[in-house]
Design a protein around this ligand. Sequence first.
Ligand SMILES: [Fe+2]
Length: 335
Amino acid sequence: MAEIVLGFGTSHGPLLATPPEEWDLRGAVDRKNTELAWRDRTYDYPALAQARGATFAPMNAGDVRAERFARCQRSLDELGQVFEAAKPDALLIVGDDHHEWFMADIQPAFSIFHGDTLLNRALTREEMARQESSGLKYAAQIYYPVQDETYACPSALASHLVRSAMTDGFDVTSCAQQPADAGVPRRLGHSFGFIYRRILRSRPPLIPVMVNTYYPPNQPSPKRCFEFGRALGRAIRNWPGGERIAVAASGGMTHFVVDEEMDHRLLDAMAKRDYDRLVSEPDIHFRSGTSEIKNWIVVAGILAETELRMNLLDYAACYRTEAGTGSGMGFAVWS
Ligand SMILES: [Fe+2]
C-alpha cells in the first residue's frame, strides 16, 4: 500500500515574483479587463471599483505590498524545506492547465499523465517575448526552467490512478504522451512548473493531475472535485507498491478579484474538515483564476481519509489596484 506522507497547497501567480513596486504592471492588465469575475457577477474595471467602493487604496501602499510579498517568500521557502525533509518518492500535483497542454480543440475535465517521462522545457525566445509583452516578465522566472528539465513519472502508479478512478465512476482522460506541435512538445503547465522552479530543491518523479477549473463549459463542480480527490486517495491506498507520496495543490486563492472572505471561508472549511461547507460554495464563485481553488478541493478530497491535518502557514491578500484586484495568496501544509 502506497502511503501519502505529506500534502501542501500553494498559490502560484505573477505577484510572487514581481517586485511590489512593479505590481502595477499587472494592475494595468486588470484595468483593461472587461470580465473581472467577483462573486456571482462580472464587471469591467470602473464597474468593479464602484461595486466594491474602491476602498483598497491603502492596501496598495508600498510598505503594505512589501510586507505581504516578504511573507509569501517566507512561506514558499518553508514549503520547500518541509518537502525536502519529508523525502517522498514521488509528487502528485493537482493543477489546472492554462492552455499549455490542452487547447480549445480538446479540454478534458480531469486528466492524468501516465507516460514514463515529462519534459519541462524552457521558453523559446519568442515565448519569452510574449510573456514580457503581457506583463509576465517576472512570472516567467518562476514558472519555467532556465534549461530543459526531464522528470520521471511513476507510470504504473499513475495508470493505476486512471483505472481506479474509472472504476469509481470518473471518466478520466488518459494522457500517456506529452502533446506536441510539429514535433515540439507543449510546455508543462505552470501549475506544475512553478512548484519545481520556485519551491522544490530536488527533482522528484511527478504525477500531474490536470483539472479543467478554468475554461467553460466543462469545469467540474466543487463537489465533483472533492469526490474525484477521494477516489484518488482510495486509489493510492489500494496500490500495492510501497511508495511514499506527497500531494500538492497549485493555484488560487481568489484572483484576479481578491475576496478575502471567500478565501478564509474555504481555507477554514478545509482546516476543520468541514467538507459539506467546502463543497457547498456556489460554483459560480469559482471563475477566472479563483477557479483554481478547486485544485485545493481535490487535494482536500485525496487527504480526507488520511491522518494528515491541514495547517495554514499563511494567507496574504496581495492587492495591485484600488478596486481590490490582485491575488489572495494561500500556503498550507497537511502533515
Ligand atoms: Fe494559474
